[in-house]
Write a protein of this length. Structure first.
Length: 80
């Protein structure tokens, strides 16, 4: 997972808000994730520890990792 630091300007406002976002999902128009700067320090630490464990546990299976262009995908069913 990726952590991105940025300022965000919400439509219709003039106030920029800083974010440190653990990106969970993104599409053509949105980036979604956990705003780490809104968590208590111990919560942030716990989230980052989970992410590190998750990534470590996945390492043996990364040999099957693939990347696909969205334009080539023919979706039959989308499962969450």
């Amino acid at each position: 997972m990726t952590i991105s630091k940025f300022e965000y300007l919400k439509e219709g406002t003039t106030e920029k808000k800083p974010y440190e976002l653990l990106i969970v999902n993104k599409d053509e128009t949105h980036v979604n994730g956990i705003a780490l700067n809104y968590l208590k320090p111990e919560e942030k630490e716990a989230v980052l520890a989970l992410v590190m464990k998750y990534e470590e546990d996945l390492k043996p299976f990364m040999k099957s990792y693939r990347s696909f262009k969205k334009t080539g995908m023919i979706l039959e069913e989308v499962k969450a």
